[in-house]
Design a protein around this ligand. Structure first.
Ligand SMILES: [Zn+2]
Length: 264
């Protein structure tokens, strides 16, 4: 387990602070996702020569088509609550997506039962990665959390076209256009919770399942929480998002007998 935790920690460090990721990771792109596993780091010997091998050999990869998994809503599950106070965040064009990095010392967290998982960053995929009832949504939001043990929790929400979201607009308007650039000096206060549907944020319904990071190195041991309700953004906001990144989504992966636990 320790190895996995350390590896997960390294992954989140990479996806959170991608200026480091650019030097530490070989180049990858969503257009070549079927062969991520084969990408070589030519500076390393085997097995380190294939840093993204898990993308190909992993059995609990993300995303998934929820319809392909067994749904179980009979178990009693821990309460899920978000506590995301406003934050002077950084707007980060990661080279793979539009991302917001929370500030150092940010106290925002996802609470699962008695456990707390600090919010490190959040980002967007276009179209959605998870498939629900055979349907892909226009986009998907991922809140990435990691605790001191290196455990990763992603809270995901599908995004549909409808009413505009003001916080999403602030993110788009302050996002650097250059890949790898970070806008850390805006001083703008962001309220991450205002991206979520208007629900009881202290008691959210959800689907939960075991999975992985959806980008290289595709590390497993990630627990996913997917909201049944969608967020809305306007058609022009979706177009603006596509202006940064389009088709930055991984295709659904084999379920391999995984079950989905649900409060629904
Ligand atoms: Zn993601």
């Amino acid at each position: 387990m320790q190895t996995r935790k350390v590896r997960n920690l390294a992954s989140v460090f990479l996806i959170s602070y991608a200026s480091i990721a650019f030097s530490a990771q070989p180049h990858w792109d969503h257009s070549e996702q079927s062969t991520w596993w084969a990408i070589e780091d030519t500076s390393q010997e085997i097995p380190l020569r294939y840093p993204f091998a898990e993308c190909g050999v992993g059995k609990h990869q993300s995303p998934i088509d929820l319809a392909a998994a067994n749904m179980n809503n009979t178990k009693s599950l821990n309460n899920l609550a978000v506590s995301y106070p406003t934050d002077v965040s950084s707007f980060f064009n990661s080279g793979h997506g539009v991302q917001v990095n929370t500030s150092v010392g940010y106290t925002g967290a996802l609470k699962i039962g008695e456990e707390s998982f600090p919010l490190i960053q959040y980002h967007f995929h276009e179209p959605s990665e998870h498939v629900v009832d055979g349907k892909k949504f226009p986009a998907e939001l991922h809140f990435v959390h990691i605790n001191d043990d290196g455990r990763i929790i992603v809270l995901a929400a599908a995004m549909d076209v409808g009413e505009a979201n003001a916080t999403f607009q602030t993110i788009l308007d302050n996002m650097p256009s250059q890949e790898g650039e970070q806008n850390a000096d805006s001083g703008i206060q962001l309220d991450p919770a205002s991206l979520l549907p208007e629900l009881d944020h202290q008691n959210l319904g959800f689907y939960t399942f075991a999975g992985s990071l959806t980008t290289p190195p595709c590390s497993e041991g990630v627990q996913w929480y997917l909201l049944p309700e969608t967020i809305t953004i306007s058609a022009s906001q979706l177009e603006q998002l596509k202006g940064f990144y389009s088709n930055n989504s991984r295709l659904p992966q084999q379920v391999n007998g995984r079950a989905i636990l649900s409060t629904q």
